[in-house]
Design a binder for this molecule. Structure first.
Ligand SMILES: Nc1ncnc2c1ncn2[C@@H]1O[C@H](COP(=O)(O)OP(=O)(O)OP(=O)(O)O)[C@@H](O)[C@H]1O
Length: 262
């Protein structure tokens, strides 16, 4: 694990009309870290992911990834730079098979050219076959290979969530942004997913930023945590520091949040 910053979010902000959804956001992720991003509803967590992935361009500040300023790049270019994500609400291609869902992501990295695909040159078939083999490897890691020919919409909910992570991983990211990956999962599914996230982080040398509402989960797996409230950074620290941070406790007052001592 090299300890240089992979991501630097420098005073980033965005405004929607009169609403400052995110302001003065500063986040630094070192290569290999698994970091949590938490905060009450509407705090700006998903907006932050949208800023990091090019869905929105920041109105202030800079986002530096791997030493390169990436604000203003469209999402597909951000993906190619090495940032991929999952969504709070599952966004699979429902009418495609499980395998096709992963292949679509892998396509963004395909080395065989458009011309060779159109002309059906041998390099096209070699590329397609390689893509299929790689996609199946990803499915195996997520224990989804036996469903490869099933339509994505027919998978049980928990498996759909896993497929989303598999697809994000297939795009070959250095930084993986997970937006509530365990939402709606039962405790066993959640535990399995978290073990898997730990495993892929090691295997693919990933840096991970995780939005999650389940405090015990965040506290259990993350090395550091950033807390957002009303679009602003409220605190940053180890799980222990965050658990006992007066401002964090105050922000969560009135909410029943296991793991936060409000
Ligand atoms: N495109 C947009 N236009 C206008 N307002 C927006 C837009 N996107 C987000 N917002 C607002 O920005 C604020 C932050 O929203 P965001 O979805 O980032 O919060 P969140 O922390 O992810 O919340 P949750 O935990 O409920 O998902 C909210 O007030 C939301 O209504």
């Amino acid at each position: 694990m090299v300890n240089k910053p992979l991501l630097e979010v420098l005073n980033v902000g965005i405004q929607f009309g009169g609403l400052k959804a995110v302001q003065n956001l500063n986040i630094v992720l070192k290569q290999g870290e698994l970091v949590g991003l938490i905060g009450p509803n509407g705090a700006g967590k998903t907006t932050s992911f949208n800023l990091l992935t090019g869905v929105y361009a920041p109105t202030t500040g800079d986002i530096v990834f791997n030493g390169e300023r990436i604000n203003g790049l469209p999402p597909f270019k951000v993906t190619r730079k090495g940032i991929s994500r999952t969504f709070q609400n599952i966004r699979l291609f429902n009418e495609l098979t499980v395998l096709e869902n992963v292949k679509v992501a892998y396509h963004s990295l395909a080395t065989h050219s458009m011309i060779s695909s159109i002309l059906r040159l041998p390099s096209h078939f070699k590329g397609e076959q390689e893509m299929e083999e790689k996609s199946i490897e990803f499915l195996k890691i997520f224990k989804l290979d036996k469903y490869k020919d099933e339509l994505a919409k027919n998978l049980p909910y928990g498996q759909q969530r896993r497929l989303e992570v598999a697809r994000a991983l297939a795009a070959g990211p250095k930084l993986l942004l997970l937006d509530e990956p365990a939402a709606g999962m039962n405790p066993q599914e959640t535990k399995d997913l978290m073990d898997l996230i730990g495993f892929i982080r090691e295997k693919f040398d990933l840096t991970i930023l995780l939005i999650e509402h389940d405090m015990n989960l965040v506290m259990g797996v993350c090395e550091r945590i950033y807390v957002l409230d009303h679009g602003q950074l409220l605190a940053e620290g180890t799980p222990q520091e965050i658990r006992n941070h007066p401002k964090v406790i105050e922000a969560y007052l009135g909410e029943e949040v296991p793991g936060i001592h409000a």
